[in-house]
Design a protein around this ligand. Structure first.
Ligand SMILES: [Zn+2]
Length: 290
């Protein structure tokens, strides 16, 4: 059995997989980053001890990794944190560590092995990315790669967790969508489920904000197509739970593309955050760290 762990901005997912990469069991736990990294490790150890016959564990974390060190994450006070060593004090199996969006890209690659060149966007609390090329997902040791959510959308715009201003993440992530709707509705906090039910009820504010998010994403997709021209640009993360509300024009509109006749396809995955679990679990066979 193999375990994949996906450490997100508000939740932690733990997936148990068999040798054929089938998801056998999934646990999702709320996670408060303000409680600190020691608390996170304690919680993971407690959960991991419930499993037996584990071959290996793979973890996907936001931010930058170097070998088995978690170098940096914007939302936790992480600085070269030896998360693998800390876990291995109690959990005696091989543990692998990689950036979470790269892991989601691996998950997609496992389910779609025919893809030769793809760009994967994880749209959740922020926006991350991965580059898929001939059976591998590229990664950088002690550096970041494919951080598409931190391209600039608006000069001097909203302050981002990366301390820059105007990043796409602050306008087109699920967190940005929730915040924008909550602000207009004068409520303090909305979950994805709340937004989903607002959209189902055809709530005007929610529909308008969702359309705005879609338009900003199209711009980002156009930029990526212009830089990389992959066969496919795939959108994943919790955005994929909203797939049914995305209009056909989203896939077809290429007004931001240099080559409007490009055969690059836009796809929204059906597997949501499970791709992150799958890719985390089997990362070592797919990640190409350069
Ligand atoms: Zn940023």
């Amino acid at each position: 059995m193999y375990i994949g762990i996906d450490i997100g901005g508000s939740h932690i997912g733990i997936g148990l997989f068999d040798q054929k990469k089938n998801l056998i069991q999934k646990i999702v736990k709320p996670f408060d980053p303000l409680k600190g990294k020691e608390n996170l490790v304690k919680m993971l150890i407690k959960e991991l001890k419930k499993f037996s016959n584990i071959e290996s564990i793979g973890i996907g974390v936001p931010g930058i990794v170097k070998d088995d060190l978690w170098v940096k994450a914007n939302y936790l006070q992480i600085s070269n944190y030896p998360i693998v060593k800390e876990l291995q004090k109690e959990i005696k199996v091989p543990i692998f560590l990689e950036n979470d969006s790269n892991c989601a890209g691996v998950g997609y690659l496992i389910l779609n092995p025919e893809i030769k060149f793809g760009v994967f966007l994880t749209i959740g609390s922020g926006i991350g990315g991965a580059i898929l090329f001939h059976g591998n997902v590229f990664s950088r040791n002690n550096d970041c790669i494919a951080e598409f959510g931190h391209l600039t959308y608006q000069e001097n715009g909203r302050l981002c967790s990366c301390k820059r201003k105007g990043c796409y993440s602050q306008y087109a992530s699920m967190k940005a969508l929730r915040t924008n709707i909550a602000r207009r509705k004068n409520c303090s906090h909305l979950q994805n489920e709340d937004v989903l039910s607002l959209l189902k009820q055809k709530d005007e504010i929610a529909l308008e904000e969702f359309q705005k998010q879609n338009e900003i994403l199209q711009k980002l997709i156009g930029n990526l197509a212009n830089i990389l021209s992959p066969q496919k640009i795939i959108l994943g993360g919790s955005f994929s739970y909203f797939k049914e509300f995305v209009p056909l024009s989203f896939y077809e509109n290429k007004e931001h593309w240099y080559n409007r006749d490009s055969d690059c396809k836009i796809e929204i995955t059906d597997f949501g955050n499970d791709l992150g679990l799958l890719g985390s679990a089997f990362q070592k066979d797919y990640i190409r760290r350069v």
